[in-house]
Ligand binder design. Sequence first.
Ligand code: SAH
Ligand code: SF4
Ligand code: F3S
Length: 452
Amino acid sequence: MNNIKIAPTVLHPVIPNNSYVYIETYGCQMNVNDSEVVVSILRNHGYGYTEKADEADIILINTCSIRDNAEQRIWGRLREFAAYKKQKPSLIIGVIGCMAERLKEQLIEKDKLVDIVVGPDGYRSLPELVKNAESGQKGVNVLLSREETYAEISPVRLDKNGVTAFVSIMRGCNNMCSYCVVPYTRGAERSRDSHTIIEEIKELMAQGYKEVTLLGQNVNSYFHKDENLNFAQLMKKVAELSPELRVRFATSHPKDLSDELIDVMAAYPNICKSIHLPAQSGSTRMLQLMNRKYTREWYLERIGAIKKRIPGCSISTDIIAGFCTETEEDHQQTLSLMREVGYEFAYMFKYSERPNTKAARTMQDDVDDETKTRRLTEIINLQNTLSLESNKRDVGKTFQVLVEGVSKRNPEELFGRTSHNKVVVFPRQSFKPGDYADITIESCSSATLIGK
Ligand code: SAH
Ligand code: SF4
Ligand code: F3S
């Protein structure tokens, strides 16, 4: 979860419309990147940007529908903005992103609180909808597109540390995992043309950025038809821009993790040795119900291929606890898969039924909440142990760390990441953000390596 903040004066010395937008972002990194596209589109139409909601003329919430608790939190926030609107009736409130897509007109009709509702493919229409809203006309654009990639729009970097940046390379998802709302909120998969991707990265490099993460719901199914270019080939192109540029990607679907991609990762030192490969469950029966299109054995074979060709590659995952009909035995298989892979890191969730998904339509959400909570706790405890063990193995070793900024806890310390995506905290010395520093690890916690 991110609240995006930057001083408006930095970005907008002259605001022709004398109108400022505040944007609050929830959900995944793709949403964070989309907010940057939205600010860019509005800026090109003369709107300024403010980091203060109470100074804004337009408040946008970029929303997430992935789990019920994500939506509940956003409803709460909307009610807070309603209070602002009572004091300032000219205030325009817009809901954009995945909840806008899922709930559509409902948002405008219910509570009469929202003026604008725009889905993830409709951001180019925002300036027009805002203009109409300024004259009292409410507006909705929740059309999904088969082409929109915002390819040529240069995002305004809002949470900039000036060192690491995210670049969206594809949108949507065709996978139809039975529990997941994303294919409905984001529409069909489409890939951005590689020239605009490369241009955006070159621009970032010129501004001093040292690391890019290529983003998509399913990046490794990237394929640009006209260019006949797949994800491994795109990665190669990006890695070859400069040995000084670190390259990461997220998220990969196990079924599309090709040997070609593993070989490209192995061949380029500047491609980070870390893969986020969500398993969701360790039970083949669950994976089938989830429509993940692989088995436990198949997944482990892919992990074997990674470990063989990229020794020491760090592997992280997403896990869902308590999906429909999950038994104790299924749950134990998830725990055993986690041990067998030895994940460095994991995002772990309780299953949350999403309206209209295949699971909601055809299966019963029959694992009670207490059991889900207990299983999730076991999963989290195990992951903490695995992370700590992995970090302990790094003590005494030296890693190249890309310095990202000053540690929040101690201004005399800096933090950065290893190629394996582990956070390292170390004494400032003469390093500054953007530097590569060779740091020897002295101690660790389950979340952080501590260096000298
Ligand atoms: N496209 C990525 C990530 C999708 S959303 C992928 O397929 O890996 C991020 C994570 O949220 C998913 O990996 C999954 O673990 C979790 N998630 C998605 N839908 C969920 C649901 N209905 N309940 C609980 N967790 C869910
Ligand atoms: Fe959702 Fe599955 Fe697509 Fe990921 S791959 S976004 S979990 S449908
Ligand atoms: Fe949430 Fe939409 Fe991302 S549902 S996780 S914001 S794609």
